[in-house]
Structures are given as C-alpha cells and as structure tokens.
Design a protein around this ligand. Structure first.
Ligand SMILES: [Zn+2]
Length: 254
C-alpha cells in the first residue's frame, strides 16, 4: 500500500493517509481507498505503474498438491524446481521422454494440447497424478467444459490455480476440490456484498494495484476445509458478466 501511494500517480491522493496509518490499521485504511474498475486499470495502466520497481522475470511454481515427483510446467515464465521441469510448449519431444506425473500450464495451452491428444495428433505417456490449469483475471476461471476436456484427454484429476496478471498466485484449488484457497502472500482479497471479489496485489511490484474490481463473483467460505487447511476459500468462482469483461479488454487494447 505504501509503494502504491508513494510511487504511482493514481494513488498519490492517498499518500498522506497511508503514511500516517499504523500497520495495525492498514485494513481500515485500505477500505477508504476507492476501488478501481478493471477497464480503468487496463486503459490507464501507466497510472498504476511503479517505474522504480525491480522484480524477477520468472515465477516459482507452487505445488498446491503434495506428493508429486515429476511435474512438467508448460510455460516459459516459470523457474524449474527440484521436482519440476519447464517446457516452452507441449510439442517439445523432451516432454514425453520426461514422463511427467503431472502437467501444469495456462488453460489455453492445456486446451490445445488436450484436443490434440484426444484426436491422436500427439501423445505423452499416461499421467499418474493430475493436471493443473492456470487461470486468471483476464482468462477467467476454469470452465466446466475445459475440466471435462482435460479429464477425457488425460484421465487424471484436474486442479485450478488462479493468478493475477503475472506469476502472482492468488488462489489454488486443493486436494478436496472444495474451492480455491487464498494465497495471502500474493494478494489481499475482499468480497463485496454483491459477491464481487476485490484484489489488492501484494506481489506485483510493477503494478501495486489496490482494490481492483476483478469482475469475478464467488462465495467466501471460512470454515476449515476437508483437506485440513484453514485458509479461506473462494467457491463457485465465476465471471460477473463474461461479455462485459471481454468488451473491457477489447476496449482497453484499442
Ligand atoms: Zn481445501
């Protein structure tokens, strides 16, 4: 919040308030900041940019499902780990040789790959664990037909990881398939009475956006989950109005 107020044009009006707020009152101070619509952010991104911020270009993959020894990450924007390798695309012959137990990647990439696998145009050894689909504010949450396609193509459970505008993981589906647990390091999420989710980015140094109207609706569950986690969950995450968000993205790109 301090970085946003001190280093971006949009939030300079809140500079005094933020500077004189104790950390214990940060949540109250945040509530006084006017939410930003997705279209305003996309059309005027320069007002939200911190030009002095430095950040690492790659993201670290979060294994939200434990017990996997070989994960293939189908995105060049992630760092490989001890139990994972990165492939720039799923048509790399090295992918089949790696014999992954799990594949993870952006939903658009997984959708194309799954369609190719299903019609026999490409092949990988059978997965033994799961598929993790990366979704996000612009891509929208995982659709039921995508879940079905991935299940038909790979025959293993499908999990969703929901990102902000980069590698900032905001929420991840757990082993119990009981919603998406919030990731407190990446974002501070609020739920309006309308059900819309506001996102304050904590791990996006270039664009420290506060209270972004995400265009997503969800129910908010705080009860302990069957998986053992006590982190709150977003359940039934969905677009507020798919056509309006698409129009916003198109208008912002013109
Ligand atoms: Zn859970």
């Amino acid at each position: 919040m301090l970085a946003a107020a001190q280093r971006t044009r949009h939030y300079e009006q809140y500079r005094w308030d933020v500077r004189h707020t104790a950390i214990s009152n940060a949540a109250d101070c945040l509530k006084r900041i006017e939410p930003v619509s997705l279209i305003d952010y996309l059309k005027h991104a320069e007002r939200f940019r911190d030009n002095k911020a430095w950040s690492f270009s790659w993201s670290r993959f979060h294994h939200s499902i434990p017990g996997v020894s070989r994960t293939a990450i189908l995105s060049p924007h992630f760092l490989p780990g001890l139990h994972s390798r990165v492939f720039s695309n799923p048509w790399d012959p090295a992918l089949a040789r790696y014999e992954p137990e799990m594949i993870a990647g952006p939903i658009d990439t997984l959708r194309c790959f799954a369609e190719a696998v299903r019609r026999g145009a490409t092949w990988i050894p059978p997965l033994r664990h799961s598929v993790i689909a990366f979704t996000g504010i612009l891509e929208g949450p995982l659709r039921a037909d995508d879940r079905e396609l991935l299940w038909q193509a790979f025959g293993v459970p499908v999990y969703e990881q929901f990102f902000g505008f980069g590698g900032d993981l905001l929420a991840a589906e757990c082993d119990a398939h009981a919603g998406l647990h919030l990731s407190r390091d990446a974002g501070y999420l609020e739920r309006l009475p309308s059900g819309e989710i506001l996102v304050t980015f904590l791990d996006n140094p270039h664009f420290p956006v506060l209270r972004l109207e995400s265009g997503m609706l969800a129910e908010w569950h705080e009860a302990p989950c069957e998986c053992g986690s006590v982190e709150p969950r977003l359940v039934n995450l969905r677009r507020k109005a798919a056509s309006r968000v698409r129009e916003s993205v198109l208008a912002a790109s013109m």
